[in-house]
Design a binder for this molecule. Structure first.
Ligand SMILES: Cc1cc2nc3c(=O)[nH]c(=O)nc-3n(C[C@H](O)[C@H](O)[C@H](O)COP(=O)(O)O)c2cc1C
Ligand code: SF4
Ligand code: SF4
Length: 257
């Protein structure tokens, strides 16, 4: 069973790709979070968890859901991060979560994809982002091969000061930069409600036909990137940065077969 969390689709692309190769099924962690449900699953095949890196760790909401989860059946679990560059000591925290459950942590690896953290860089044109997916595929094939053959996955990336980045810096980032992000919505908003329905943690409600943000943000940036009018921004930092949404795997496959 392949469980994934995603903000802008990279991790869903990886999950769908692996599901196709491994003849397995995907399950959206976003839906469990949105519905406030505990994650209770049963799988005869190894669990594969795919999620983005936020500040050198899996997202806090995902780590917390995994800690409380009941993963019945197969005792092996692989973790795969999608990331812009590097993932610090993310694996260390995941290893502990699954060791505490008595599961066999069969490895961790990171897949470098488009960095959706648009505070740092301008997003690419959709056409270029689509082409860039081709360069990810050979590594996904290696991951699929390892899982098929019950081989462990190896962490590839090294981060300077990984221990500090994934502990103190991560905690500070979650506390000060994520939860209470200062969103604003401009007059281009057409009240479509896409930001409300797409928020995995129900941090947005519609009031007087405009989205209003609460203080429980998970940092996924789905609302910014998916808004059809690019009407949502954080402070004055995300205007003119473009937006990014990863292509659906099915669409990519059709174009590449
Ligand atoms: C809040 C936030 C923090 C991020 N921190 C990191 C990071 O520490 N290291 C990194 O390589 N990429 C980082 N990224 C980039 C994402 O991990 C990357 O773009 C990921 O593939 C997005 O996955 P998704 O499309 O499934 O949401 C961050 C993105 C966000 C939104
Ligand atoms: S997704 Fe954009 S246009 Fe739609 S309601 Fe939200 S802010 Fe407005
Ligand atoms: S408010 Fe936006 S960035 Fe925060 S969790 Fe919801 S969709 Fe993600």
């Amino acid at each position: 069973m392949i469980l994934y969390f995603t903000g802008t689709g990279n991790s869903k692309f990886v999950a769908d790709y692996l599901a196709d190769k491994l003849e397995d099924t995907t399950v959206s962690i976003n839906k469990y979070l949105k519905n406030g449900e505990d994650l209770i699953c049963n799988s005869e095949k190894p669990y594969v968890i795919v999620a983005p890196i936020y500040a050198w760790r899996f997202p806090a909401v995902v780590e917390n859901l995994l800690k409380k989860s009941q993963l019945n059946g197969c005792k092996s679990v692989y973790c795969i991060a999608t990331m812009g560059e590097n993932s610090g000591n993310a694996d260390k925290y995941l290893r502990k979560i699954f060791a505490d459950k008595g599961m066999n942590f069969t490895g961790y690896t990171g897949v470098v994809m488009q960095n959706n953290y648009l505070f740092m860089e301008k997003m690419p044109k959709a056409r270029d982002a689509f082409k860039a997916l081709n360069s990810v595929v050979p590594y996904l094939d290696k991951i699929a091969e390892a899982i098929t053959n019950d081989k462990p996955l190896k962490k590839q990336d090294k981060t300077p000061l990984a221990a500090v980045m994934s502990s103190v810096v991560n905690a500070g980032f979650n506390k000060f930069m994520v939860k209470k992000q200062s969103f604003n919505v401009d007059t281009d908003c057409i009240s479509c409600g896409k930001c409300v329905s797409g928020c995995p943690v129900n941090n947005i409600v519609m009031k007087d036909r405009k989205p209003v943000f609460s203080t429980n943000c998970a940092g996924c940036l789905a609302c910014l990137h998916h808004c059809p009018k690019q009407a949502i921004n954080v402070r004055n930092d995300t205007q003119d940065k473009g937006r990014y949404v990863c292509a659906e795997y099915k669409h990519w496959k059709t174009k590449n077969s």
